[in-house]
Design a protein around this ligand. Structure first.
Ligand code: SAM
Length: 246
């Protein structure tokens, strides 16, 4: 992803459209894994996780390549130990090292080539302190859409809103192209989203190339086990925890 695609309109809507009910659980899980230390979040967005996490960690540094998303984050009351930086997760760098590095809520999938995804994993690994962990959270590969090539799904939003999404999957590029029609009290709008699907096996190989090994794979922030099950609901997750190979 070269150009930021998270514009002012998405930044303004983000906290309503992505008010995930598992945010407190996510924060609790990540805080424990960080050991109360220093956290780096790539794709920090509006600070959904970074702000509450800062209350449980020594410091949080959030990087995002969308000035609009960072501006939305700055509308929140920001704690002193939370810093925000504009940068691309593939290349942004600092001398600092972190106990926990985050590529969560599908960040990796927004990079639409294997090279770009690998660059992010390598960059994340390079910023880990000794004993630190990298956490990657992606949506469960939508096996039915992958099988069928095309799929339509609907989603109920807050209030009377709804979203209708058509998904088209291409095996050659592993790209899932989604066109989402949002309908709510404000009217309707369409959003195109292209994501490169990552099977856990390919992601693990990227992590190995970056000098990491898998230490945990779970399906939700309660720590529930992940099963490669095609009947799993589309919204379920694959959460992977890596640390440096000894
Ligand atoms: C789905 S949002 C997730 C925000 C936040 N992590 C959360 O969990 O709510 C994805 C974020 O990744 C950011 N992003 C996309 N491409 C990026 C890149 N190349 N470098 C850094 N951030 C990027 C977007 O601007 C957006 O804020």
């Amino acid at each position: 992803m070269d150009e930021p695609t998270w514009d002012a309109d998405q930044a303004a809507r983000y906290d309503t459209e992505h008010a995930r009910i598992d945010t407190p659980l996510t924060v609790a899980y990540l805080a424990e894994l960080s050991g109360g230390g220093d956290v780096l979040e790539f794709g920090v967005g509006t600070g959904r996780l970074a702000v509450p996490l800062a209350g449980k960690a020594r410091s949080v540094l959030g990087v995002d390549n969308s000035a609009e998303m960072l501006a939305a984050a700055r509308h929140r009351p920001l704690p002193d130990n939370l810093a925000l930086a504009l940068g691309d997760a593939q290349t942004w760098t600092t001398e600092r090292r972190f106990d926990l590095v985050l590529c969560v809520y599908n960040l990796l999938l927004h990079f639409t080539t294997q090279d770009a995804q690998l660059a992010v994993v390598r960059n994340a690994a390079a910023h880990l302190a000794p004993g630190g962990h990298l956490v990657v959270e992606n949506l469960h590969p939508p096996l039915r859409a992958m099988e069928e090539g095309e799929r339509i799904s609907t989603l109920r939003l807050a209030g009377a809103g709804m979203a209708i999404s058509t998904q088209r999957f291409d095996w050659k590029s592993l790209l899932l192209d989604q066109s989402v029609l949002y309908v709510d009290e404000d009217g309707h709008r369409v959003r195109q989203i292209a994501q490169r699907m990552l099977l856990p096996s390919e992601q693990d190989l990227m992590a190995r190339l970056a000098g990491l090994r898998l230490v945990r794979r779970i399906a939700n922030w309660r720590g529930g086990p992940w099963r490669a099950d095609s009947s799993a609901p589309a919204a379920s997750n694959v959460i992977s925890v890596y640390r440096r190979a000894e």
